[in-house]
Design a protein around this ligand. Sequence first.
Ligand code: HEC
Ligand code: HEC
Length: 256
Amino acid sequence: MDMIKKSLVMVTVFAMALSTSVLVAGDTETDEQEAVESEIMESEVVEPAAVVGEPAELVEQEEEIAAEVAAGEAPKGREIAAGACAGCHNPDGNSIIPTFPSLAGQHPEYLLKQLIDFKADEGGTAARQSDAMTPMVAALSDEDMEDLVAFYAEQEATPGQTTGSEDLLAIGRVLYHGGNIENGVPACASCHGPTGKGIPPHYPALAGQHAPYTLTQLDLFNKGERTNDNGVMQQVLTRMSGTEKRAVSEYIQGLR
Ligand code: HEC
Ligand code: HEC
């Protein structure tokens, strides 16, 4: 009976949300993307407000981070990256190993927040746990982090290529742009943008990211093992199926 109630609420909220929802079109859009977007605009879009409440209040470190980002010096960041990070993230931040994330072109605010979150306070635990990244950030000063994110944000992201099957991509595409009214998964596009470029400072770019990395993150959020987003993504993913997670990860890899 709860389920029925919930669906009714979802449908009502969705109907309200639909009347106000606008998809922002990027400059570099292809005809194909435009066709996809107009098709999706005419269909159902599950707005995140129905699932996770008001997302704008969820990041506290915001102002501090904006000031720090402005202080970063990319040439210094390039030097540190070449020595400490290139082995896994590639010299220009376009990782070639699918389990290591690409960093090139990512918003500096998001990158800086992640580096801060990977670093454990003295005696404490890190807000974002990672066996790979914890030792990497241990030796970085605040200034190093600012310089590093300035460098990576400036790098051009290699355009994504899809490897998933047509069927999987079709599921991923619908979910990404419209969500799933049946199980209440909100549209990824409403927070991460219709072309996956993200919305700084809160919402990271996803476009072109390696599918295996994305899938790992979705699982970590889902299991509550990554919580440094204040649980927003966990709520997004609560009712998402394994196939949907794989499908949307594949679709994201092809977004550009
Ligand atoms: C041994 C390989 C390795 C090295 C070296 C490494 N990283 Fe990472 N990095 C990873 C892995 C793996 C992840 C994914 C972490 C996770 O979620 O478990 C990651 C994640 C990240 C993220 C988060 C990306 C996102 O989209 O959320 C940032 C930022 C990052 N690394 C920056 C750096 C910087 C800066 C350096 C150098 C100081 C560095 N990394 C060195 C393996 C590495
Ligand atoms: C209500 C807004 C919202 C919605 C809807 C949303 N996300 Fe997110 N997502 C976030 C926030 C906020 C973060 C960044 C968390 C942080 O600061 O660490 C994030 C982070 C992520 C990351 C981690 C990126 C990285 O580089 O590690 C992935 C992957 C992701 N989202 C995928 C999705 C997918 C797929 C969907 C749709 C099923 C979706 N998101 C829907 C808010 C949202």
